[in-house]
Design a protein around this ligand. Sequence first.
Ligand SMILES: Cc1cc2nc3c(=O)[nH]c(=O)nc-3n(C[C@H](O)[C@H](O)[C@H](O)COP(=O)(O)O)c2cc1C
Length: 410
Amino acid sequence: MEVKLEQPVAPVQAWGAGSGTGRSAKLKQRLPTFSYLEKAARSRIPGFAFDFVDGGTGEHLAAERNRRALDAVQIIPRYGASAVLNTEVQLFGRRYASPIGIAPVGVDGLVWPGATQLLAKAAHRARIPYITGTLASGSLEEVAELCPDSVWLQLYGLPRDRHRVTLDLIQRAEACGVHALVATLDAPVRAKRPKDLHNGLIVPFRMTPRTVWQVATSLPWAQALLKNGAPGFANIERYVSGGSSMAATAGFVQSEIKGTFDWETLARMRDAWPRALVVKGVLHPEDAERAISLGIDGILVSNHGGRQSEAAPPSIDMLPSIVRVVGERATVLFDSGIRSGLDVARAIALGAHGTFCGRAFLYGLAALGAEGPDRVAQLLDDELRTALAQHGAYTCAQLRNAAVRDPAAW
Ligand SMILES: Cc1cc2nc3c(=O)[nH]c(=O)nc-3n(C[C@H](O)[C@H](O)[C@H](O)COP(=O)(O)O)c2cc1C
């Protein structure tokens, strides 16, 4: 009788760590959490590439605050419920296996040559959304072929000629089945990232004896570079007059791309794009309200992972007030600082419908190459399942109703 009482009422599939055999089980043992992945990543790719991913703006304060604020969110567990664990979510009318997507990353090929294609394939296998970037190394058409059901496109502003290039990108996105457009608002100026400056990582990139040494001592990365070639900007090369050389494209990126949109341009985008439109980088509830008044479908609460304004608040602190303002009128998404499935659970408990991770997937690539993004998706999903069960919520919808102590909320 006692033995029966000690058994869980519902079978919980969350006990991933260490179970099973084969490659996946070995990885679970060797890299059981994100911090192990980060350590492996640091030792496996050139220092300038690691610093590029890791670096926040300024003295890294905003990135560190993201972490501290997430750590401070407490979820009060409830017990006694009986149900089958299910992490599926519906975003803009489409079902995804988990509320954990891949955030857009520009120049991703620097972190791991061939990154765009590898991230797209992993998103397809895991049935999660992948927001490919305007400045990704692979083209959106290629990505759409690799993950036809879950590709979203992030846009930066290209204002010249009344947004001719932006509108062309929108048409390309529609033609290849992109599910949602994500307009980034929070990079109106180029942020100062001291580590990149110190490493000479400026556009166009020039090799120095130090960077050559770093590449020569990072063999798997160098092999991936030989196989895939130097990272470019596949989405925009066609718009560059003067050929698609690296120097010409880099000059175009520097002079033409603006990392934000004004409300008028967003209203034009709303008219030009028939599917879901998301704004990324929202931190103020009144900006969320303004976006909704334009008919925008999704608000991605983000401080760019602490890479833009060093004085920006942690995005998790702003999430509850934005969720309150938005209500049921739009989908609220979250990123910045997620390093575990528990962090995903924290964001959902504070009202997010879905979350995105940038660095976590990049560290996966750096640590494990092609199989890295799969490992990260699995790790985060396993941890999310554990968090759901541990807090007595068996679905993400239930978790959104959880009681939370969030001492830092604005
Ligand atoms: C190396 C790197 C490049 C990024 N490039 C872009 C970009 O081109 N466009 C964009 O909207 N966000 C970009 N981001 C921000 C991410 O989309 C995301 O907001 C951020 O990484 C979330 O924080 P996290 O890394 O702590 O998960 C980039 C982030 C990193 C780490």
